[in-house]
Write a protein of this length. Sequence first.
Length: 58
Amino acid sequence: MIAVIQEIFGHLGEPTSPPRLRPARGPPLWEMQDSGSGVIDPQAQPAPEYEFDQRVAW
């Protein structure tokens, strides 16, 4: 069964062996602890310039 799968992958040009194991990475930058109060939050969004009226008018 494994030989059939390897033949299919080989025909498609895909690798037939698993990728090499690598050491673990550190946490993403957005999950790191704050290093001070001067840190800018990259996901913070500015306040809108106007207040959006969310009432439904039928």
